[in-house]
Design a protein around this ligand. Structure first.
Ligand code: DX5
Ligand code: ZN
Length: 217
């Protein structure tokens, strides 16, 4: 089976210390960083954009950066995010009108392609695009905020993808922690985003280790 990777979301960390927090998570065993970009339009919340990601990259040279683009116009930020040093550009298919084209632009800009689905979006919406993507993100909460309850009823989407694409990277995001990670791994997810479960814990190193242990056992 594919090795599970843990990608902490910095969304609910002390964002005045974004660099320190990110570095701390990487030092605690994170495999990559999941950076939640929100535009206040696709989701009812605002976070940060490419200028901040670029600053973060200038201090953290080696880590894999995934930006989770919760934005209404994903095409608009491809070049700026590539320039900021992003490795993977994960965008929501719901507002996207020409998904194939967007995938191509992301690849031409030198980034990996992630396709994200809101909870209400069925798997059939992404079927024809899976071959264009490096990863599919199945949201397990409504995008917009950390700390929400995990939606276990999203697992059939993960199962379907894993059944049909044994080697595809499948990510879950939202409400994933020690009590929910097993459901995700059992369904076939191999990229695990976890925000508040890691950020609110007294020791991020031990939570990340426990998350890993749980899926590997
Ligand atoms: C929600 C974000 C998630 C979120 C994860 O819109 O995409 O990445 O921050 O946080 P938790 O793990 O607390 O749900
Ligand atoms: Zn996210």
């Amino acid at each position: 089976p594919l090795k599970c990777k843990i990608g902490p979301s910095v969304l609910n960390s002390d964002l005045s210390q974004l660099y320190q927090e990110s570095q701390r998570l990487l030092d605690s065993g994170a495999d990559y960083l999941h950076l939640d970009v929100m535009d206040g339009h696709f989701v009812p919340n605002l976070t940060f954009g490419h200028p901040i990601v670029k600053c973060l990259r200038s201090k953290i040279k080696n880590a894999f950066f995934e930006t989770h683009m919760m934005v209404s116009n994903p095409d608009q930020w491809i070049e700026p995010m590539a320039d900021a040093g992003v490795n993977q550009y994960t965008f929501h298919i719901e507002p996207c009108t020409e998904i194939m084209k967007t995938c191509r632009k992301i690849r031409e800009a030198g980034m990996k392609v992630g396709l994200a689905l809101k909870p209400g979006t069925g798997i059939e919406a992404v079927r024809q695009y899976v071959d264009q993507a490096d990863m599919i993100l199945i949201m397990t909460v409504e995008p917009g905020f950390g700390g929400q309850k995990f939606m276990e009823d999203m697992m059939p989407k993960v199962q379907w993808l894993r059944h049909n694409y044994p080697l595809l990277d499948i990510e879950v995001d939202g409400g994933v922690g020690l009590s929910t990670i097993n459901a995700c791994a059992d369904a076939g997810a191999n990229m695990i985003v976890s925000g508040t479960a890691i950020i609110n814990a007294p020791c991020s190193r031990s939570v990340i280790a426990s998350l890993r242990e749980t899926v590997e056992s």
